[in-house]
Write a protein that binds this ligand. Structure first.
Ligand SMILES: *Cc1c(COP(=O)(O)O)cnc(C)c1O
Length: 350
């Protein structure tokens, strides 16, 4: 046997959402990708960086991804020393665990939310604790003082789509002895975010991704906003060239084209409202969503049956076997036309 570390040998590894090989044949509503292409200015910036003969690719990229930090800092009202760019926000989640949680130390997150935290903790050898949700979407049994090294809060929650009130997040920041990471992968589709708390509390980190609201899942881009001391620690840990040249060009152009971004978000929110209404007409229970997906439960509470019916019609959504989630489906918001076809299919499936 090869001499693997015990935790690596024992761990299962994370299984990401299914990407069918014949992508174009599907309506793909299973990984919360954006249905719209990125801004034309992003495409132009990538082509410009590539140049006629690709000659720029001979050279290493800017190790610090400075242009992206400056653009994000300007957009969110922070000095660039409070910002780090990443190869997808998943890279940040990984490096946060590496920075703050040693072997046998504890990290925690809400169940249900993003299970990738558990995989990252397993790699590190850190222990995992989860907190359940009450019917009012409050955390069950969260202690007055939580002593773990990191607490990850996905807001808006994935896969359910609701948001926690900002006062509640602030209260959590006060109760966490370690770091509170607010994973804002979907915050651009909501009305509020926790960026102001980063200025107010030294233990708050906000992570963002370009994969959803900026239509760039294929580029692998994320960022975090936190105190300069935290950013400096994350800078020590990351790959020194974590963003390639094309990704850096794309990130800056995407952040600078706020008009295109706002229009994409507006369309998704509008389609989300329409789709939610249509699902309710069909008798589905739908949690009001502030993200680019909805969590919907069919009248017979058999999420798998409806998943299979949609799959046969080449519509891919997400079904989770976890007992807390198995009655429903997570459905990403695509274009209006894709959602109309999904409603038709659901009507047929009954
Ligand atoms: C999509 C998602 C991410 C990952 O974003 P990438 O930038 O694509 O790595 C992180 N957290 C949550 C909750 C997500 O849904």
């Amino acid at each position: 046997m090869i001499p693997l570390r015990k935790n690596i040998q024992q761990m299962a590894g994370y299984v990401p959402g299914f990407q069918p090989p014949d992508e174009a044949a599907w309506i793909k509503l299973n990984t919360n990708e954006n249905p719209y292409p990125p801004s034309p200015k992003v495409v132009a910036a990538i082509l410009a960086e590539l140049g006629g003969d690709g000659g720029n690719l001979r050279k290493y990229p800017d190790a610090a991804s400075r242009a992206g930090r400056v653009a994000a800092g300007k957009l969110y009202g922070f000095d660039p020393s409070w910002v780090i760019m990443a190869n997808g926000s998943d890279e940040l989640l990984n490096n946060l665990i590496r920075a703050f949680a040693g072997e046998e130390e504890e990290i925690a997150f809400v169940h249900p939310s993003y299970t990738y935290y558990a995989t990252l903790a397993e790699i590190q050898g850190a222990r995992v604790r989860t907190f359940g949700l009450t019917e009012k979407w409050e955390l069950a049994d969260f202690p007055a003082r939580y002593e773990g090294k990191l607490f990850f809060l996905v807001n808006p929650n994935a896969p359910l789509g609701f948001t926690y009130p900002l006062e509640f997040i602030e209260n959590l920041a006060q109760r966490c002895a370690g770091m509170l990471v607010v994973d804002e992968a979907y915050a651009d589709f909501a009305d509020e975010n926790a960026l102001a708390l980063v200025k107010k509390y030294e233990n708050v980190v906000v992570t963002r991704t370009f994969s959803k609201s900026y239509c760039l899942a294929g580029m692998r881009l994320g960022l975090a906003v936190a105190r300069p001391e935290v950013i400096a620690a994350l800078d020590k840990i990351r790959d020194h060239y974590n963003l390639d040249r094309l990704a850096q060009a794309a990130a800056t152009a995407a952040l600078e084209d706020q008009a295109y971004f706002a229009e994409c978000v507006r369309k998704i929110r509008e389609t989300r409202a329409w789709f939610t209404g249509e699902l309710r007409v069909l008798g589905y229970g739908v949690i009001p969503s502030r993200a680019n997906f909805v969590f919907a439960t069919p009248p017979d509470r058999n999420g798998k049956r409806v998943y299979d019916g949609l799959y046969q019609r080449k519509i891919l959504v997400r079904h989770f076997s976890d007992p807390l989630l198995a009655e429903g489906l997570r459905i990403s918001i695509g274009t209006r036309e894709e959602m109309e076809r999904t409603i038709e299919a659901l009507r047929e499936i009954g």
